[in-house]
Design a protein. Structure first.
Length: 144
């Protein structure tokens, strides 16, 4: 009797399923981190105009602004993933996440852009940081 075996054995199928499971266990968290980083990127882009306004105000007045109105920007700056961009004491630009942003990002913290007016006269160096966000979510320019 000559029988031809066609198809896969059970052990071969189990090995394939195990490999797919391992790949998924690695890929899903990495993809989540990637999407959160891209959402934080929207916050950095929305804050760029506010940073320019803070710099101009400082160069004109000699002191940093303490509010959006004083800096000359809209009170409501928001995007798909950003709930607000605001200027605070010392010219610190705070990006708060909301809207369609990842729930972990909304619950974790905010992005802070801190101006350093002392480095050289007439220019402003911006230091990107966070209040509560893990370093792995921050863009490369913001990581310590």
């Amino acid at each position: 009797m000559n029988k031809l075996n066609k198809g896969f054995t059970l052990i071969e199928l189990m090995i394939v399923v195990a490999i797919i499971g391992i790949l998924a266990a690695v890929a899903i968290p990495m993809y989540r981190d990637y999407t959160i980083r891209s959402q934080i990127g929207e916050g950095i882009n929305l804050a760029s105009g506010t940073k320019v306004a803070v710099t101009e105000y400082f160069q004109d007045q000699g002191t940093p602004p303490t509010s959006n109105a004083q800096a000359g920007v809209d009170d409501v700056i928001e995007g798909k993933y950003v709930a607000s961009v605001s200027v605070g004491v010392g010219g610190i630009v705070t990006v708060t996440f909301g809207g369609d942003a990842n729930a972990n990002l909304v619950a974790t913290g905010t992005l802070l852009m801190t101006p350093d007016f002392v480095t050289s006269p007439g220019s402003v160096q911006w230091v990107c940081g966070s209040a509560g966000l893990p370093d792995k979510w921050l863009p490369a320019a913001c990581r310590p």
